[in-house]
Design a protein around this ligand. Structure first.
Ligand SMILES: [Zn+2]
Length: 321
C-alpha cells in the first residue's frame, strides 16, 4: 500500500465506523419512539465541492453548519499535476456550488471546471483580487502566479469571495455567512501580523528562502524575504542540471545556511542542490518541511490554513534566525 492507498483505507474504515455509530444512534432513537417531527436537523446543507485544502478550510469556516464540504485534494497532493478521477467528477456533479483557486493552479482540471461552470456556480476564489496585485512576468509559465494564499491579505479577499458566493446561493443564511466570515477574517488579520513580525526577526542578510518550487513569491513580497525556487511556478515544468547548478552557485555565494523541502513536491530535487553545494565545500541544512500547495493532515495543527502558515513561518524563522 502506498501512502495514498493507506489514507483511503483509513478514510473508508472511519466511514464504516461512523456509519455503525449512526445506525446505533438511529436504532436507539427508534426504540424511544421519537416522532420524526422533533428532529433538529430539518434544514438541508448546501453541498460544496472544493479543490485544494486551503479553500476547503475557508468554506468550512464561513459556511459552518449550513454547508457540507467535500475537498478533492488532501495532504501532500500537488494541485498543478492533479487530474480529476471518476470519483471526483461525481463529487463535482453532486455539488450545488464549486470553489477552486483559479489562475491555472488546477492546470489539469481547466476543462472539467469550465464544463461545470455551465451547470452551476463554479467560482474561482482569486476573482476578487485586483489583477494588478498579482505577480506576473515573462518567466512564469502561466499568466499570473497562482499561489495567492501565501499573502494572507489575498486570502482574506478569497474569504470575501466565498462569503459573497454562498450568500448569493443561500440568501436565507446571509447574516450567518457574514458573521462567520468576519470572525475568520479577524484570525487572518492576526496571522498576517504574526508573519510580518516573525520574518522581521531574521537578520536581513540571511533573509533568503530557498525551496523546491516557486510557490513563495507572494510570501516573499508580503513579508520581505528573498525567495528562490528550483522549479518554476508550476511543478509541471521539468528542472534541469542548469537550474541545479545555478541555485547551487547562488547558495554558495550567499552562504545560505538552510533550504526547505515541500510536503507536496518530491525531496530529491532540493537534495541534488545540497549535494552540489557540499561538493563546493558549502554545508547546507534542510531547514524543515514547508506546506506549499497542500495543507498538513486533517486533525493536525497544519491541517488548517492558519496552522499551515504559522508552521511555515516558525520553521523558516527557526532555521534562518
Ligand atoms: Zn505550486
Amino acid at each position: 500500500m502506498n501512502v495514498t492507498t493507506v489514507r483511503r483505507f483509513w478514510k473508508k474504515s472511519a466511514a464504516v465506523v461512523l456509519l455503525g455509530v449512526m445506525m446505533t444512534v438511529s436504532a436507539c432513537a427508534n426504540n424511544e419512539k421519537t416522532p420524526a417531527s422533533t428532529s433538529t436537523s430539518t434544514e438541508k446543507e448546501i453541498k460544496v465541492t472544493t479543490t485544494v485544502g486551503m479553500i476547503t478550510d475557508i468554506v468550512e469556516n464561513v459556511g459552518s453548519t449550513h454547508v457540507k464540504v467535500t475537498g478533492l485534494m488532501n495532504a501532500g497532493v500537488d494541485p498543478h499535476l492533479y487530474k480529476a478521477s471518476q470519483g471526483d467528477i461525481k463529487k463535482l456533479d453532486d455539488a450545488q456550488i464549486i470553489f477552486y483557486n483559479g489562475l491555472h493552479l488546477e492546470g489539469k482540471m481547466v476543462e472539467i471546471l469550465e464544463k461545470m461552470g455551465k451547470q452551476k456556480p463554479t467560482v474561482a476564489v482569486s476573482d476578487k483580487i485586483d489583477r494588478k496585485a498579482l505577480r506576473s512576468g515573462a518567466e512564469m509559465e502561466t499568466e499570473y502566479d497562482p499561489h495567492i494564499w501565501f499573502n494572507v491579505k489575498h486570502w482574506m479577499k478569497a474569504t470575501e469571495q466565498v462569503r459573497d458566493s454562498l450568500s448569493e446561493l443561500d440568501p436565507a443564511h446571509k447574516e450567518d455567512y457574514k458573521n462567520n466570515a468576519a470572525a475568520y477574517l479577524v484570525k487572518l488579520q492576526e496571522l498576517d501580523r504574526y508573519a510580518t513580525e516573525q520574518i522581521a526577526l531574521i537578520p536581513e542578510a540571511s533573509r533568503v528562502l530557498v525551496t523546491a518550487h516557486d510557490a513563495f513569491g507572494y510570501f516573499g513580497d508580503a513579508y520581505h524575504i528573498q525567495v528562490k525556487g528550483l522549479q518554476g511556478i508550476s511543478t509541471a515544468s521539468e528542472y534541469g542540471s542548469k537550474d541545479v547548478s545555478q541555485l547551487r552557485d547562488f547558495l554558495v555565494e550567499k552562504k545560505v545556511k538552510a533550504v526547505f523541502v515541500e510536503s507536496s513536491v518530491p525531496k530529491k530535487s532540493i537534495e541534488a542542490v545540497i549535494q552540489g553545494a557540499k561538493e563546493k565545500g558549502h554545508q547546507i541544512q534542510i531547514g524543515g518541511e514547508l506546506f506549499s500547495d497542500a495543507m498538513g493532515k486533517t486533525g493536525t495543527p497544519e491541517g488548517t490554513y492558519v496552522g499551515m502558515v504559522r508552521h511555515n513561518v516558525d520553521t523558516i524563522v527557526n532555521a534562518l534566525k
